[in-house]
Unconditional design. Structure first.
Length: 112
């Protein structure tokens, strides 16, 4: 495995420190990956949930928070979104909560 893949695969014990240097020699590919952001269209490709569901999860603290680059440009941290997806994958079906009982649905008159 190359060095870049090793740096990305290694779980970060703490959030990455901000890059304070403008020297390109000190910025690693892993730093760039950790700081990459995604806009809404790319987020929709990664997370197949509606905008409303994502907003509600953000408000509950169950999804990475968005932030604004400009007044009209909303982004999410890619590394946090990918960590959230991995955590959901590990939780499996149990992490989704109770499932509705389909037998309690109202049956239309035409089907009775």
């Amino acid at each position: 495995m190359n060095e870049f893949a090793k740096e990305i695969a290694a779980p970060a014990a703490r959030p990455p420190a901000p890059v304070t240097s403008t020297d390109p020699e000190r910025i690693t590919p892993a730093d760039i990956f950790r700081r990459r952001t995604v806009r809404r269209p790319e987020l929709r490709k990664l997370v197949p949930l509606s905008d409303t569901t994502i907003y509600e999860l953000e408000q509950k603290g169950a999804f990475p928070k968005r932030f604004y680059l400009t007044p009209r440009c909303v982004v999410w941290p890619l590394a946090e979104v990918l960590e959230w997806i991995d955590a959901r994958r590990q939780e499996g079906r149990e992490g989704c909560g109770a499932h509705p009982d389909y037998r309690q649905r109202a049956v239309p008159e035409s089907r009775r």
